[in-house]
Design a protein around this ligand. Structure first.
Ligand SMILES: [Zn+2]
Length: 350
């Protein structure tokens, strides 16, 4: 879901940060906010060293106050009105979250054991999940990454209800068109399964943060190192240093892609559900959300691959018109269109 999208400033000083600061700038002073964000201790490896020394299964719990302060600044920078708070977790919720993490431990230890700084819960995050990278020094390559989830959003959701809600967000409802996402069989359609699936997507960002599969999400195209190769990115995306833009390789065949916006207000009409998914079926993006940015392309590919191919769970999008099935979209892992992405994921998970 969200990743911290700051463009990196050239020079940043690591400075002490009060343990429970109020927003340190005027809410509209973007330059001041960016500077404050860059100084946050949560961007440094030192802050996470203790957590990284814990067993992987224990790196979970309420967010530390410094992280909540950082998220408040990030929200102000990105125009989210929410003011995050440390989550108060019920024992039942914490048991589900720990269970979801436990379900993923075999995969997680393989791909991100030493670089996973943990999963932390807040309330009023603005979105369901957030991932950011941690560096030894500003400008250095990331050494670890952590995940933030909104406990209040997850509290009342089961897996299929959450997935159906999310996958409807790009479309304005109406005209008798509906869309149903199925990511679990009825017996497994639980809150724990919803958290597991959401964690898998965020783990995708954690995995990518310390590898060169795609450029770091906080790097502007003009700052990409010359001659760098990004094996996953190169399958679906291009960059233009002069114009300072990233683009999809499928924009000619999938013109609706640019109108696919999740969470922040639908741009597509419900009657465009089937055309959008038919066009998606001719790309190498495994999911519609994966077509929105290269970072989410990898996170969605990782989540979709592990969920369906490793954990052997169902995944489908069913589009209905007046209650009658119109089109069903499934994952691409058995199709030639995704074979190169499949090879990269298989190599990672070996
Ligand atoms: Zn994401």
């Amino acid at each position: 879901m969200r990743v911290a999208p700051f463009a990196l400033a050239a020079l940043m000083l690591a400075a002490a940060w009060p343990a429970s600061a109020k927003l340190p700038c005027a809410a509209k002073d973007r330059a001041c906010l960016l500077k404050a964000a860059m100084k946050s201790p949560v961007r440094t490896l030192d802050f996470w060293a203790k957590r990284l020394a814990d067993p992987v299964a224990e790196r979970i719990g309420p967010a530390p106050q410094e992280l909540v302060d950082y998220l408040e600044i990030d929200n102000a920078v990105n125009g989210f009105p929410e003011k995050p708070r440390v989550a108060k977790l019920s024992p039942e919720f914490l048991a589900d979250a720990r269970g979801a993490l436990a379900d993923l431990l075999p995969v997680l230890r393989k791909v991100a054991g030493p670089t996973f700084a943990g999963v932390y819960f807040v309330e009023d995050l603005g979105g369901t999940g957030f991932t950011d990278a941690v560096r030894e020094k500003p400008g250095a390559a990331p050494k670890a990454a952590y995940i933030v989830l909104d406990a209040k959003v997850l509290e009342h959701h089961r897996a299929n209800g959450w997935a159906t809600w999310k996958e409807n967000t790009p479309f304005k409802p109406g005209g008798g068109w509906t869309l149903e996402a199925k990511i679990e069989e009825p017996a497994e359609d639980t809150r724990r399964s919803a958290i597991r699936y959401i964690l898998l997507h965020e783990f995708g960002h954690v995995v990518a943060a310390t590898r060169t599969l795609h450029p770091m999400w906080d790097l502007s195209p003009r700052d990409l190192p010359a001659g760098a190769k990004w094996p996953f990115f190169d399958l679906s995306w291009t960059s233009d240093r002069q114009k300072n833009t990233y683009a999809s390789k499928f924009d000619a065949s999938f013109a609706l892609r640019k109108s696919v916006v999740y969470y922040l207000g639908a741009k597509l009409d419900a009657k465009q559900m089937t055309p959008a998914y038919k066009a998606l079926d001719a790309t190498n993006y495994p999911t519609l959300y994966g077509a929105t940015s290269f970072g989410d392309d990898f996170a969605e590919s990782f989540a979709s691959y592990v969920h369906t191919q490793v954990l052997k769970r169902p995944w489908s999008i069913r589009i209905l018109k007046d209650g009658q099935p119109d089109y069903t979209y499934r994952t691409c892992w058995d199709d030639p269109r995704c074979v190169e992405k499949r090879d990269i994921l298989e190599a990672l998970l070996k």
